[in-house]
Design a protein around this ligand. Structure first.
Ligand SMILES: NC(=O)c1ccc[n+]([C@@H]2O[C@H](COP(=O)([O-])OP(=O)(O)OC[C@H]3O[C@@H](n4cnc5c(N)ncnc54)[C@H](O)[C@@H]3O)[C@@H](O)[C@H]2O)c1
Length: 349
């Protein structure tokens, strides 16, 4: 990229697209927001009203703009593979929100489109940039935990959303939420050989009627022999909660305390902390770091820190998790090099 600042365009100005837009407008070193696209007029108005950035309806307009060097894809998951293919063909560097796709074929198409066009493809697993998670990763990598015995991950939202028919047969809780924990487990502990998931709709009649689950528990067996479990829910009531624990032979890491301030409130017989109400609060400081890492990798032509293959691996795990949910059987994974697949034979039934 020959210019002083990387020109970034954003496709999709919903919840997360607006976070990325705000962060770019507030200043991500080495980059500037040059264009946005959203198919809904309301979303385009949002940026027009607040800032002076060209906005259009279609991704195609944005991809034709020569001021756009890199594109952030922040549209719903089902649109990701096609938008990645279009962006790769237009020779743009790509930061695609997770999940990379809802099916393995879509994720594979996205990865090969980026490889064919020789453009960087980063996938939006922001936890990998969170200072707490990064410290945990650094300590594991430095061997401070010794042998890793077990992993626990949990993510809960306070209130379930209404049913969203755009998910089709895919379980949003698995593909949209658990994918973060599955990627986190893989990143922190290593490749996963086997998983099983049980799920239910226990809190929301509307989701139940739509065939969507609002709670799930997943059990993991890592290639290293370590075991893991993941707890996902949409109805904690008390706020957004993202936790992680890794037990090793020498030490244990517990990643908890999602507090918005270092203030403890003490009253007769009780004490408490202010908790993060949503993921936006918990990870507010993480998203700009994620963008900066992407921008730096693109500008220095080095490998992006979360690759298309990582995105594909997370899709394979999410598809396996949904299959286990539907069949009641555990699902085994297989890998050849960076190629992740669901093992064809399932003798454990
Ligand atoms: N990393 C994170 O923490 C995080 C958080 C939230 C969402 N996400 C991911 O980001 C993606 C978007 O989620 P969201 O909650 O912002 O969704 P959203 O529904 O709030 O916003 C999506 C936006 O995309 C627009 N859109 C849809 N199809 C389009 C198309 N073909 N061209 C242009 N615009 C289009 C819609 O009009 C809408 O404004 C999802 O994949 C989601 O999983 C990631």
């Amino acid at each position: 990229v020959g210019r002083a600042l990387l020109g970034v365009g954003i496709v999709g100005l919903g919840a997360i697209g607006r976070v990325h837009a705000e962060n770019l407008l507030h200043g991500v070193p080495g980059a500037r927001l040059v264009r946005v696209a959203d198919s809904s007029a309301g979303a385009r108005e949002w940026v027009r009203r607040t800032r002076d950035v060209p906005a259009s309806r279609s991704a195609a307009d944005l991809l034709e703009d020569r001021a756009v060097d890199a594109v952030v894809i922040a549209t719903p998951p089902a649109t990701h593979p096609e938008l990645v293919e279009l962006a790769a063909r237009a020779d743009k560097a790509i930061l695609c929100e997770k999940p990379l796709a809802l099916d393995i074929g879509g994720a594979e198409r996205a990865v090969s489109a980026a490889a064919r066009a020789d453009v960087p493809l980063q996938v939006g697993f922001h936890r990998r940039f969170d200072p707490d998670f990064r410290l945990a990763k650094a300590r594991i990598q430095a061997g401070e935990l010794g042998a890793v015995y077990s992993f626990f991950g949990s993510m809960r939202d306070a209130t379930p959303p209404g049913p969203d028919p755009s998910w089709g047969a895919a379980q949003a809780l698995i593909h949209d939420a658990a994918c973060h924990d599955l990627d986190g487990a893989r990143w922190l502990v290593g490749e996963i050989d086997e998983l099983s998931t049980v799920g239910a709709s226990v809190s929301s009649a509307a989701l139940r009627e739509a065939g969507q689950i609002d709670h799930a528990i997943t059990v993991l067996r890592f290639a290293s022999g370590a075991l893991g479990s993941i707890d996902n829910g949409l109805a904690s009531g008390y706020g957004f909660d993202c936790r992680c624990e890794i037990v090793g032979s020498e030490a244990t890491i517990r990643l908890d305390h999602p507090f918005t301030a270092n203030i403890e409130w003490l009253a007769r017989g009780r004490s408490g902390f202010e908790r993060t109400p949503t993921f936006l609060h918990r990870f507010a400081r993480t998203y700009p770091i994620e963008l900066e890492a992407f921008v730096q990798a693109v500008r220095s032509a080095s490998e992006v820190p979360v690759t298309g293959e990582d995105g594909l691996a997370a899709v394979v795990l999410a598809v396996a998790s949904q299959r286990s949910l539907e069949t009641g059987a555990s699902v085994r994974l297989s890998r050849t090099g960076q190629q992740h697949t669901i093992a064809p034979d399932q003798p454990r039934g």
